[in-house]
Ligand binder design. Sequence first.
Ligand SMILES: *Cc1c(COP(=O)(O)O)cnc(C)c1O
Length: 377
Amino acid sequence: MNSHWVEIDLAALRHNCRVLRRRLAPGARMLAVVKSDAYGHGMLAAARTLQGEGVTAFGVAEVHEGVLLRQAGIKGDIVVFLGADQDSLPEVTRHGLQPVVFDRRQVAAISRLACQTGIRIGVHLKVDTGMGRLGILPAEVAGFVAFLLDQEGVYLAGVMSHFPMADTADSGPSQEQNRLFAEVLKRAGRAGESGMAAHIANSAALLRYPDVHWDLVRPGIALYGCAAGNDAWAGGDGLKPVMSFKSRIIQVKEVPAGTGVSYGHTFVTSRPGRLAVLPLGYNDGFLRVLSNRAEVLVRGRRAPQRGRICMNVTMIEVTDIPGVVAGDEVVLLGAQQGERISAEEVAGWMGTINYEVLCLFGNSNPRVYVAEEEEPK
Ligand SMILES: *Cc1c(COP(=O)(O)O)cnc(C)c1O
């Protein structure tokens, strides 16, 4: 038995997938983003679950992730957001992955390999329409596409871009960017290329801007039941958080007033009370920056974290929660008896965003999968 673990609710993942698909514009298909081990939820379990829901396109950051998906029996389109370097190209052909491209030499190398192996490789052209990150600029699109279409064995499976501000209150920049994307698609000769998928929308754009869905929509965070950004729909929209982070108390002790707690005695008790010891710490993603800030759930109530969080040990105060004993379950993220600690709340204590909390907790702890039966409709 693990002393701390993340619980992944696959029924909640299925639920979120259905909720999001209902909100797709007519004709748009979902590309489920499962990079970074599905934001800490476990890439293979997440992808299998989503494939079971009928999802036929997946997004990963790197080639090796795509290979793992294929080896686990995932079918359909697998788009590799960071593209493929020379060394990983053989894996791309062997497993039928679709790399993102943004460099002519890259396209030429893919073409050479395609000709050698007799396989046609689909690529997605990444255009920087305002993200200020990966991709060619709109002015380069026409020339790049002409070059690409000349390369044997390579076909344009998609033209994609990304929003930097779909999660902010002002919709102006995203609408303006989508107009530029429409222009880019014209330059890419969208009309001539049947089967070329246009895609730009992430979770925030999926939920807020149906007019930017185009052919493919790429939700990540919303599939995992979390809010994309702080504005507009934090936690709402009928999505269910998929991840919880749990542990069990290993000791409860009565202490007098004036007891210094953990390294540096950054917390000193002001009254007689009870402290409880948790068998986890910053090694498990419960970062030291959370010291004297975080709260956890015990017996459905909030208990404050006390003193410095250590590598493998964390102290909490349970003075105001009657009956706490060693062995009691503790929830560091997620719900317990109607009370909840959200990834957004933890992110606030850590000075970061919910995405980082999911990756950190999820990729630092053993995962336990649950798929509770859904209520009958
Ligand atoms: C990570 C990523 C997404 C998903 O973004 P969310 O905000 O999690 O929905 C979509 N597209 C690209 C290119 C990404 O890198």
